[in-house]
Design a protein around this ligand. Structure first.
Ligand SMILES: Cc1cc2nc3c(=O)[nH]c(=O)nc-3n(C[C@H](O)[C@H](O)[C@H](O)COP(=O)(O)OP(=O)(O)OC[C@H]3O[C@@H](n4cnc5c(N)ncnc54)[C@H](O)[C@@H]3O)c2cc1C
Length: 292
């Protein structure tokens, strides 16, 4: 029996170029559906074939294993039906492939408050909602009022606010492919929002290695503490092993300084966890998502 009834995914597609870390092997199967219907059929086909499904956004928070990744990787392409952005007086509706940067810019220009502090965070708005991206004090989940998409088996999902609970760096959504994000946002002075966005971006540029190949913060901050500070105090800031360096700019970032592999990053993650645990008895929990 034919596995793919409509869109036939590509095979053995390299994923490293699709991540900000530039690390990882190949997807066994890789597809870019252009419409919701194509996406639904792909998911149904994969479910029928008993194939695991993963969704790739901007690849800015992912550690993808070396070698061949089993199953189907779906990427909602930019400049497709999944990339639209519509503003209203009370918020915005974005396709999951819309870049977070574009949504931040458009909402700030329109005088809609809620995303301005997220200026400088890479990736898509779908990834941001899944991860509940944000700063120390604010996250996107506070203004998400509805999420639409598909279950991994291809059933439609429509979730109004209150049916999931965003937490620190976790959107709290059920396993799903987010296709549409609706934000409810209060009106505010556009010039003031612009000032806040510029300040947030300046702060990021001053404290994070934005020019390096990284996936942002590797570890979540423990309650009332900072993972970067703990790693720094454990003496690991600037430590380099096998093409991966703990950033000399911000110790919670790991930089790919050459041709680092996922195995090398995993080894360094383990070393950081062990060292910090031995020193201060705190277990650092990864913020990055592992694809194994
Ligand atoms: C330089 C740098 C700075 C960063 N600064 C911050 C920061 O200040 N705050 C912060 O919170 N994060 C930060 N990050 C991390 C990252 O940018 C965010 O987590 C971002 O929201 C991830 O979005 P993405 O589209 O790249 O997701 P990806 O990395 O592609 O995926 C991350 C997870 O989201 C899931 N996902 C992606 N799209 C969808 C979808 N449509 N439906 C369902 N699941 C989906 C993936 O399956 C995966 O589990 C930073 C990263 C970098 C490289």
């Amino acid at each position: 029996m034919k596995l793919w009834t409509r869109l036939v995914p590509q095979q053995n597609v390299p994923l490293a170029p699709r991540t900000t870390w530039s690390i990882g092997g190949c997807a066994s199967w890789f597809a870019e559906p252009g419409t919701a219907e194509e996406l639904q059929i792909l998911l149904q086909d994969a479910a029928c074939g008993g194939m695991p499904v993963r969704i790739l956004g901007g690849g800015s928070n992912l550690l993808i294993n070396d070698g061949i990744l089993p199953g189907l990787v779906i990427h909602l392409p930019p400049s497709s039906a999944f990339d639209q952005l519509t503003l209203s007086d009370t918020g915005l509706h974005a396709g999951a492939a819309c870049s977070l940067a574009r949504a931040v810019r458009a909402s700030v220009d329109a005088g809609l408050a809620g995303l301005q502090m997220l200026a400088g965070i890479p990736g898509t708005i779908g990834g941001a909602v899944w991860m509940n991206a944000g700063t120390a004090g604010e996250w996107i989940g506070s203004c998400v009022s509805r999420v639409k998409g598909f279950s991994l088996e291809g059933e439609k999902i429509d979730m109004p606010k209150g049916s999931w609970t965003p937490q620190y760096r976790s959107g709290g959504l059920p396993p799903m492919i987010v296709t549409d994000v609706f934000l409810t946002m209060p009106r505010a002075d556009a010039a003031e929002l612009q000032r806040q966005a510029t300040t947030a971006l300046k702060q990021k540029k001053a404290t994070q290695p934005l020019g390096a190949k990284t996936a942002g913060c590797v570890f979540k901050n423990p309650e009332n503490d900072s993972a970067g500070r703990l790693i720094d105090e454990a003496g690991l800031k600037g430590f380099e092993e096998g093409g991966v360096r703990i950033s000399p700019v911000h110790a919670n970032f790991m930089e790919n300084t050459g041709n680092a592999t996922a195995a090398q990053v995993n080894a360094l993650i383990g070393k950081v966890q062990e060292t910090v645990r031995a020193k201060v008895k705190i277990d650092l929990k990864p913020e990055v998502v592992f694809w194994r």
